[in-house]
Write a protein that binds this ligand. Structure first.
Ligand SMILES: Nc1ncnc2c1ncn2[C@@H]1O[C@H](COP(=O)(O)OP(=O)(O)OP(=O)(O)O)[C@@H](O)[C@H]1O
Length: 823
């Protein structure tokens, strides 16, 4: 393949040549190549004969122009070829041996002897820089190395030698014309690239690409082969392993099935989604490879157990009979009309959405996956209210009403994200998170899950559980919930989430945004009596092993239990008192001290469970009352336990012994401290109008205290109470015992609206208060207060703190110490 182009090209470079065209169909001859051509081909023969005829006129070998032709189109460049020999080809056909000489740019057509097509062409110069730049030498080396590696693989050692000996750039590049892997188009590209260095670059590129392609193809082929080998080997090894295991079991006298086989069979027969099965089988394989004692084995078994226990394709059928659902709610809870109504609406909306195919409700997979908007029935219902008002048990009723299973997830005190989302499996003692555990416990993929006490999740360095909860509640994300431990996706889109909280303000903002709030503010005494009679008593009788016919409790006794033995918004302590009472009766009966049946009257309570703890302030001996000295006023507040009455005490320090200024105690929050400042400033500026000796405030320190100091308090709603306590102190007038108040006070004495009116009024009523002062702008909230409570309260809606003082302060009693000295 060594070319002899040099001697020929030089004299003719840049010269115009007139030559007969020899078309090459799907074939390319580059300078330096020697090729045999079949003369039985008409066009080939015509060209060779024409060349021979012309050669008779002038010295030298007959010359043709070899031009590649693809799909009938000629390339723009051809190669000058000399006819070296004419004779017979190996198959006996007439043929000619032609040598490619140099590139010729094809020009216009012309005439000549014979039947061939004649053209004029311009012989192209091979311009190689002299001396060769280093980069070109490097390129040549690279080309040679690549060509050698390709040729060696095919055992073409002689060709390797020849290629290594070529020291001319263009010759080396044209050597590629022999490459069987290049397409005709690629070869034409080489032909048409006149610049030798560019051509060599192109040839190197082509060669490199081919080698890379080849490498990939080879590695695929190898992988396929290896895969087959590996499968065979694995099959054999497994057979051997089985044999060894059998042998071992025989030795140990065990007949039990092999454990991993067991897992394999369990996974194979379990009803798992495809991806889960895949993941589980992978783990089974790992288990099979691990030794019985390895800790990894035990992790894998725990994981597999968890996966196998999850109810992947279990779904309960929803009961969508709305009136039936309402009946269930009514049967299980007394009162709570508005709450039940709200829940019924929620269920009805879910049903309608399900009927219209808007949401995944009854197991239909792949319906709505959260493309905007909330799914089925809207947001998560959050039941907010004080302890013991039945939030948890209502959640359970919702599940009964829908015919779904129910699980409660206690979130109180959860600070670690992993509690929700699980620990990674690499973690020692890793467990799935509470959501996964809840689903497992529920035994179906569409239970009602009650997230209890969402207001008590915290966050710290271990991540933010609220963020994980958000993902759980987000319809756009929860169909592919990923637990860190489980690692496979879990579809939570069919789960009905409910939440409970005591304090609205403590629910993390982002979660609150997803929730629709249903408030349970607490019960009136009448409601408590009904709940006790219809729900708590039957349950507690059963627990005490008593028949309903054996013990009856009169309504008066129930009322007393609710009013004097307990003081709470809910009924939890009431239920406890009942249980205590019934236990006592059961014990007495067993000891032969009491005959059954027995009817408990209110007068019996004292003997059975002792004295009541909560006697109303108004029922106390006047001298014992909290408000029996000036400077004490009764306020109303809302705490985590519902509404409550609280007493505000104020005192003035003796100028001789106490420092001036304001002292506040009782674990007050910032807002409450500010509202104490405001109360004081108001009295300083307007006290004189009220005929109060405000000059004293200048020299004497003021101390305001909120008893029950261990409970943190905050909010502006004690403004009126503090102002009243201070005014009572300065004016030496007592505050009426039967009056309680709530409201924010501005610097000018306006009374501004506050929250929690219903809870506060319920609390006032419980505590035996008869007159309540509220801000005028809260009047509308009275609609929420049960009528039986309103009937018993004298409610005054006021706009100015002076009205409060007028209502709440007793007339000054003669002889009373006007300004008591601090205790
Ligand atoms: N309206 C009601 N009718 C019947 N029973 C009720 C009613 N309200 C509460 N109960 C009963 O009172 C008890 C306490 O209720 P539950 O535990 O649901 O309260 P909770 O509001 O969830 O309290 P916490 O905030 O402490 O979790 C339960 O036994 C419940 O059945």
């Amino acid at each position: 393949m060594a070319a002899e182009s040099g001697e020929f090209r030089a004299p003719e470079s840049s010269a115009v040549l007139t030559l007969p065209v020899l078309p090459l169909d799907d074939e390319v001859v580059l300078p330096g190549m020697v090729v045999p051509l079949d003369l039985s081909e008409g066009e080939v023969r015509a060209a060779v004969e024409a060349a021979q005829a012309a050669a008779r006129e002038e010295p030298g070998k007959p010359r043709v122009l070899l031009v590649p032709r693809i799909d009938g189109t000629y390339a723009s460049t051809g190669v000058l070829g000399t006819v070296e020999q004419v004779g017979r080809l190996s198959d006996g056909d007439p043929g000619a041996l032609i040598r490619g000489r140099g590139r010729v740019r094809i020009g216009s057509g012309t005439t000549g002897p014979g039947a061939a097509l004649w053209v004029e062409g311009l012989a192209l110069e091979e311009k190689v820089p002299e001396p060769l730049p280093g980069a070109v030498t490097e390129l040549m080396k690279e080309y040679k190395a690549l060509a050698t590696s390709w040729l060696k693989d095919r055992g073409a050692w002689q060709v390797v030698d020849r290629v290594q000996q070529i020291d001319e750039v263009s010759q080396l590049a044209d050597n590629s014309g022999y490459s069987p892997f290049l397409s005709t188009a690629q070869k034409v590209e080489l032909l048409e690239t006149a610049d030798p260095v560019e051509r060599l670059k192109l040839a190197t590129e082509q060669l490199r690409a081919h080698l890379a392609e080849q490498e990939v193809a080879e590695s695929i082929a190898k992988d396929v082969q290896e895969g087959v080998d590996k499968q065979q080997r694995e099959f054999l090894l497994r057979r051997q392993l089985d044999a060894v295991r059998k042998e071992l079991r025989g030795l140990n006298g065990e007949g039990a099935e092999d454990e991993s086989d067991d897992y394999r069979a369990r996974v194979e027969s379990a009803d798992l989604p495809g991806k889960v099965r895949e993941a589980a089988l992978k783990e089974v394989e790992k288990l099979e490879r691990s030794s019985d004692q390895s800790p990894e084995g035990s992790w894998i078994r725990t994981w597999l157990d968890t996966v196998l226990e999850l109810p992947w394709n279990e779904r309960t059928e929803d009961a969508y009979d709305i009136s039936g659902a309402r009946a269930v709610l009514d049967a299980e809870h007394a009162g709570l009309e508005d709450v039940k109504e709200r829940i019924t609406e929620y269920l009805a909306v879910r049903k309608r959405r399900a009927d219209r195919g808007f949401g995944v409700i009854d197991g239909g997979k792949g319906a709505e996956t959260g493309t905007g908007g909330r799914r089925a029935g809207g947001a998560v219902l959050a039941l907010v209210g004080p302890p013991g008002v039945g939030k948890t048990s209502l959640g359970e009723s919702v599940a009964h009403a829908m015919g779904r299973s129910f699980v409660r997830v206690a979130l109180g005190g959860v600070r670690d994200e992993a509690e929700i989302r699980g620990h990674r499996r690499t973690y020692v003692g890793a467990l799935p998170g509470r959501i996964v555990r809840a689903i497992k416990e529920a035994g179906s993929m569409n239970p009602v899950v009650l997230l209890d006490e969402v207001d008590k999740v915290g966050s710290d360095f271990r991540g933010d559980p609220a963020a994980a909860l958000l993902e759980v509640l987000d319809p756009a994300q929860n169909h592919t919930f990923r637990d860190h431990y489980l690692e496979v996706e879990l579809d939570l889109s069919d789960v009905v989430f409910l939440a409970t909280a005591n304090v609205l303000e403590a629910i993390p903002e982002a979660l609150l945004d997803r929730m629709e709030l249903v408030r349970l503010d607490g019960y009136t005494e009448d409601e408590k009596v009904v709940i006790a009679r219809d729900h708590l008593l039957p349950r507690q009788l059963e627990r005490a092993g008593l028949e309903p016919s054996e013990v009856e409790i009169e309504e008066g006794a129930l009322r007393k239990l609710a009013g004097e033995y307990t003081r709470e918004a809910g009924v939890r302590n009431l239920e406890r008192s009942l249980s205590r009472l019934l236990r006592k009766i059961a014990a007495q009966h067993e000891l032969g001290e009491r005959e059954l049946p027995f009817t408990v009257a209110d007068a019996d309570l004292r003997a059975l469970i002792g004295r009541p703890h909560h006697v109303p302030e108004s029922a106390q001996d006047p001298a014992e009352r909290r408000t029996s000295v000036p400077g004490v006023a009764t306020g109303l507040a809302v705490t985590g336990a519902g509404g409550d009455v609280l007493y505000v005490e104020a005192s003035l320090a003796d100028p001789e012994t106490g420092a001036a200024g304001l002292t506040l105690t009782g674990q007050l929050g910032e807002v409450m401290k500010e509202s104490a400042q405001i109360a004081l400033s108001f009295l300083r500026s307007r006290g004189a109008e009220l005929e109060l000796p405000v000059a004293d405030l200048k020299e004497r320190g003021v101390h305001i205290h909120f008893p029950a100091g261990a409970v943190p308090k905050d909010g502006p709603s004690a403004g009126v109470t503090m102002t009243t306590a201070l005014a009572s102190l300065l004016g030496g007038r007592l505050v009426r015992t039967d009056v309680a108040m709530t409201g924010e006070v501005s610097l000018t004495g306006r009374v501004l609206p506050i929250g929690g009116v219903k809870q506060k009024l319920l609390a006032a009523h419980r505590a035996g208060i008869t007159t309540v002062v509220i801000p005028k702008r809260n009047e509308a909230d009275l609609d929420d207060v049960p009528a039986e409570v309103l009937d018993k309260l004298d409610v005054h809606a006021v706009t100015d703190v002076r009205q409060v003082l007028e209502l709440a302060l007793e007339p000054a009693t003669d002889g009373a110490e006007r300004i008591p000295v601090a205790a």
